[in-house]
Ligand binder design. Structure first.
Ligand code: FES
Length: 106
């Protein structure tokens, strides 16, 4: 199943390095020829907890992502287990964002 890997690029996440994270994640996904597309996202509403990365339709949310977390995330995109230690976002916010993504609001 195709995976979309959305990396928030709004102000708060960017101030914590999300632009660099997106570049690095794109490079790591390409290097392993993983069937996943890394894309920018406008804002997930979890601004205080970023940088935020959401994988859809698998519905994995990674908060407070650091560069050193990326190999583990890439491994999960490559069929490995979800990185549950980074799944720290409130469930109600996740439900809203997943509904938007399910509805095709990219
Ligand atoms: S700035 Fe990234 S979730 Fe809002």
């Amino acid at each position: 199943m195709k995976q979309n890997c959305f990396v928030c690029q709004n102000v708060d996440c960017q101030s914590r390095g999300s632009e660099e994270l997106m570049k690095e994640l794109t490079a790591q996904v390409a290097a392993k020829s993983i069937d996943a597309e890394v894309k920018p996202y406008i804002c997930f509403g979890g601004c205080d907890f970023g940088p935020n990365i959401v994988v859809h339709p698998q519905k994995n949310w990674y908060a407070g992502v650091k560069k050193e977390d990326l190999p583990e995330i890439v491994n999960s995109l490559d069929g490995g287990p979800a990185v549950t230690r980074l799944d720290t976002i409130d469930g109600s916010l996740k439900d809203i964002v997943y509904q938007l993504l399910d509805a095709g609001v990219f």
